[in-house]
Design a protein around this ligand. Structure first.
Ligand code: ADP
Ligand code: MG
Length: 400
């Protein structure tokens, strides 16, 4: 809804949903976006560099505080009604299972940090939450972080916690890693919490140093298309863990804290020092990918936005050939788009399905999109979902 409609309409809709489900008035409505990553893939658990931008698609949370320790969570986007949890009984102590683990994990992380506990003199930290989103789920566009960050922002305001966006991102990551049980890096939560409209966020995932890099595509007659392949290959989950473990093993073998500490100029020497040949392509991807982030920044700072296209496409080749996290559908998007005249294209997010991004001249956008859709039909794949990634604003309160 907010991807296409106004913030006011989205806030009104969420507030109406809250009244219908929970009764009474919400204290406010908060929103947090999904993201695409422009460049810097599988670098965030190697202390490396990433460059996400926020999508106009958001998760909205209409919320009211409860002081009886009950957490009622309702999502308009999943069947099954309201999930009722008792903060004192089920927290801490493991996941709740299902989607409710995401909002529950945020409450858990806040309590773990002493922010919603008796220690701080505050009451148990319950809430009524009504959630509604237009971020596609499981499409590599980070609906999970949008959910976590929107809930954390709501609780931050409801309980007057005074947390800044970086702290919110860190707590949400902890919720996802330690409570939900997904070993993701920090990119998604930082993107959702910290991105600004018209910019990509250059983020150093080691110390969270960041810079908003102007990325106003419309002003230059360019567009960034997102192609959601609508496939998710089952092997993805285990393979992600294997890549992480491989990167850690390589860093240890090379005597560095993380692969980010292997300089690009010393890549060949580092590869020669690795006795396990399976680790070499992992290292090559991470080191060259960090270099590609630097290259994209250099070109953007020089005002040469079109020149980032080949860097994006080279990033895809590295993810496909060295890191081996692509799939036939993602490869088909990139091949077709580039052959049809796109400036560059790559998979975005973890891989094994999900989405790709395609940088195009505005004038060619429709034709290139049609070429991709046609190629999917010819190959017998599901019809992909296409939309434009307009660099949008990060998490915020929608009303008041
Ligand atoms: P991604 O973050 O790329 O969309 P994930 O697998 O990390 O994919 O997260 C998707 C999961 O997050 C969903 O399966 C669901 O459990 C939860 N989720 C995301 N958005 C919502 C929502 N609006 N309502 C309920 N659950 C959601
Ligand atoms: Mg996710």
């Amino acid at each position: 809804m907010s991807g296409t409609g106004t913030a006011e309409a989205a806030a009104r809709e969420a507030a109406d949903g809250f009244r219908a489900v929970h009764g009474g008035e919400p204290a406010g409505v908060w929103a947090a976006p999904g993201r695409v990553n422009l460049i810097g893939e599988h670098t965030d658990y190697n202390d490396g560099f990433v460059m996400p931008l926020a999508l106009p698609h958001t998760t909205r949370v209409a919320a009211a505080r409860r002081d009886d320790g009950v957490l009622n969570v309702h999502s308009a986007d999943v069947p099954g009604g309201t999930v009722r949890l008792h903060v004192g009984k089920q927290f801490p102590g493991g996941g709740t299972g299902g989607w409710a683990a995401y909002p529950a994990g945020v409450v858990w992380a806040l309590r773990e940090a002493g922010l919603l506990s008796g220690d701080s003199g505050r009451t148990a930290g319950g809430a009524d939450l009504y959630i509604h989103s237009d971020v596609p789920t499981g499409a590599g566009l980070s609906s999970s972080a949008a959910l976590e960050v929107s809930v954390a922002l709501a609780l931050n305001d409801l309980y007057g916690l005074g947390l800044d966006p970086e702290r919110i991102a860190l707590l949400c990551r902890r919720a996802e890693n330690a409570f939900v049980g997904v070993p993701s890096g920090i990119m998604d939560q930082m993107a959702s919490a910290c991105c600004t409209a018209g910019h990509a966020l250059h983020l150093d995932t080691r110390d969270l140093a960041r810079r908003q890099v102007p990325f106003d595509l419309a002003a230059e007659g360019l567009r960034l298309l997102v192609v959601d392949t609508r496939v998710k290959h089952a092997l993805g989950d285990g393979e992600y863990g294997r890549r992480r473990a491989g990167c850690e093993a390589a860093a240890e073998a090379l005597g560095v804290r993380a692969l980010r500490d292997v300089p690009y100029g010393e890549l060949d020497a580092a590869l020669a020092r690795l006795s396990d040949p399976d680790l070499r392509p992992l290292v090559r991807h991470v080191v060259t990918e960090n270099e590609r982030v630097r290259e994209v920044i250099t070109r953007l700072d020089a005002g040469e936005t079109r020149a980032i296209g080949p860097v994006l496409t080279a990033g895809h080749a590295s993810l496909r050939d060295d890191f081996a996290v692509s799939c036939p559908e993602l490869d088909l998007v990139v091949e077709t788009a580039v052959a049809a005249g796109a400036l560059g294209a790559r998979m975005t997010g973890g891989g094994f399905g999900g989405s790709a991004i395609v940088l195009v001249e505005e004038a060619g956008a429709e034709e290139i999109g049609a070429a991709v859709t046609g190629a999917f039909a010819a190959a017998g794949h599901r019809t992909p979902r296409l939309f434009e990634a307009v660099p949008s604003t990060g998490a915020r309160r929608l009303d008041g």
